[in-house]
Design a protein around this ligand. Structure first.
Ligand code: ADP
Ligand code: MG
Length: 269
């Protein structure tokens, strides 16, 4: 599987003269998405294009209804675009795959499974047997700091802990890309700050490519290498902003506030 995926990429990477031309990890290429019914026609995405490099942390930010979730679902392979194409490592997305791990705002945990059982899910789907499965689950629970809660049920956990289970579950099958749709939208501000630190640590430890959807401009500036700023009606890219601030980033840093103002200005807040 990995070998098949590496083939075309290796070719594209190594030009015949020996120079390396990196294939972007994710290419969103002229994507349109129209929802049509008898009564209405919604242009959720119109000619959306941007790329994400391997290991990059990119946030999609924009007002409610600008197509963030639609784009997330399209990259995830849960929706087909009505125009254009998404490519991962140069190959068109035609459906979901274990190369993309997903985290949702509403956790999406199985209430009848323990923390361990939730993290096990994708591994079971992939047919990973014991003892490898347990070893991987233990690694993931340690990564998100939940080793003590392996046997708890979701209802016994706080919102922040549930979301850490969601992250552990998404990463368990070792996806190349982590896709998150407003994952911290349901937790309080203090927990959110803590989850930001954790996510950034996990990102730097694992080297994953992260695409993170949020409507919170400060969250986008805190986390990303680049912010894709979207606008609504139709959903489109307004501008892509490079966030050139060293990490760890502080909200009190004047440069941080400047980026936040700039992105807010683009959104029209
Ligand atoms: P966001 O996540 O940025 O708030 P969405 O992607 O959820 O935006 O929605 C973008 C637009 O597409 C909105 O106008 C929304 O009402 C519409 N939309 C989203 N999903 C559907 C659907 N399944 N059917 C019809 N319209 C939809
Ligand atoms: Mg949304």
């Amino acid at each position: 599987m990995a070998g098949l995926r590496d083939g075309p990429k290796a070719e594209a990477d190594g030009a015949s003269d020996g120079s390396a031309v990196a294939t972007p990890k994710v290419v969103v290429d002229g994507v349109d998405k129209v929802y049509e019914s008898d009564r209405q026609r919604v242009e959720a995405l119109s000619d959306v294009s941007f790329t994400v490099s391997e290991g990059e942390f990119v946030c999609l930010v924009g007002p409610s209804g600008c197509g963030k979730t639609t784009l997330f679902r399209t990259i995830a392979g849960l929706e087909a675009p009505t125009g254009g194409e998404i490519r991962l490592d140069g190959e068109a997305v035609t459906g979901p795959g274990t190369d993309r791990g997903m985290v949702f705002q509403e956790y999406g945990l199985f209430p009848w499974r323990t923390v361990r059982g939730n993290v096990a899910f994708g591994l079971e789907e992939q047919g990973i047997e014991e003892p490898d499965r347990s070893r991987r689950i233990d690694e993931m629970l340690e990564l998100v700091g939940l080793d003590e809660f392996a046997d708890a049920y979701p209802k016994e956990l706080s919102g922040g802990m549930k979301q850490r289970v969601g992250i552990a579950r998404a990463l368990a099958v070792d996806p190349e890309i982590l896709l998150a749709d407003e994952p911290f939208g349901s937790v309080d501000a203090q927990t959110r700050d803590m989850l930001h630190e954790e996510l950034l640590r996990i990102w730097s430890e694992t080297g994953k490519t992260v695409l993170f959807v949020t409507h919170d401009v400060e969250e986008a500036v805190k986390l990303s290498d680049r912010v894709v700023v979207m606008a609504a009606d139709p959903g489109r890219v307004r501008e892509v902003v490079d966030v050139d601030i060293d990490r760890p980033r502080k909200r009190t840093d004047p440069a941080f506030a400047e980026y936040v103002d700039r992105v807010r200005g683009l959104i029209g807040e």
